[in-house]
Ligand binder design. Sequence first.
Ligand SMILES: C[S@@+](CC[C@H](N)C(=O)[O-])C[C@H]1O[C@@H](n2cnc3c(N)ncnc32)[C@H](O)[C@@H]1O
Length: 326
Amino acid sequence: MINKIHFGKRIAAHRKELHLSQAELSEKLGVSSQAVSKWECGTALPDLDLLLKLSHLFGVSINDLLEDRDIIAKLAKCEYENDGIAYFVPKSEKGCNKEWADEIIRDDWIARNFNSNKAENAISDEIGRRIAEHGGTILEIGAGPGGGFMPYVLKANPEATVIISDISPTIVSEWKRFLDRELNSPEIYYAVFNFCNIPFKDACVDVISDGGGIGNTERGTGTKEMALKEAYRVLKPGGLLVTSTGFVNKEMLGALTENVGQILKDKRPDIFEDLYEETVLAGFKKIDSVISGSWDTDNDDSDIADLARSIGVNLRFTSYIRYCQK
Ligand SMILES: C[S@@+](CC[C@H](N)C(=O)[O-])C[C@H]1O[C@@H](n2cnc3c(N)ncnc32)[C@H](O)[C@@H]1O
């Protein structure tokens, strides 16, 4: 079945690529600008001779205009179940994640996060713009309820080609449910897989966007090092990994007494994990690190904040965005 809304969006995207207004396109085709407007809104389809004219004008086939692409079929290196979402892991939520998943649905986290990301945010908007400008096929890994950088990529370019992925089927299906309503873009795809074992071929995607997924690799799914190596493998040469990570840096550690530093290293070695060396070891040679913010445990109610309070310190975590080129 032809999805008229998607068809209309493709016509609008091609028209904009040629820097044509609806009126200019209609003039070239000898139709009214209302006709073009109806196609682009998805309320009507052009007849065959107009379709042919459009395909010549845009330099694509009629099939490319009418049919949705199946990007994941081209990228996948193994079989998967597909119902609009590509499942490379079981379709049902793991027992240990069920409560979290139910909360995400009940409290409408996805819509709330996406809508709050519409407000101006200089740092995240810049990340989204840089990813969108790189363009091509953008793979968001460990999208989570916040969507990582994807909301900012779509803010910069609502027509971007984005694959939204997570190991949690609930996360991915909730993103699909929301974005089908919100944007209904033919260029957004959905996949459920483990980013420590990405089920895609080598050198097939242009950007991997990781807004805090790798830093929170779920126990039992693999390691952060595996995830970075997988990101390197599936990126095309020249491809970009944008990853964010927050940790207690060397300056902060140096400001603590030796005793406190040792207690923290023993109890929570993960809070010092920088992942820079691991990123280099994965193969990335050109890494541009940008500090994007910081937070203090004094203002937090996490486990690590409780530990910091119990030993009488305020820990500062610094967040870094890393732009890593393959
Ligand atoms: C704490 S969330 C935070 C980041 C998320 N990008 C956001 O903006 O909300 C981490 C996400 O990574 C996902 N995740 C953890 N380990 C994963 C793995 N091995 N493969 C794929 N996704 C994973 C989790 O399911 C979760 O949704």
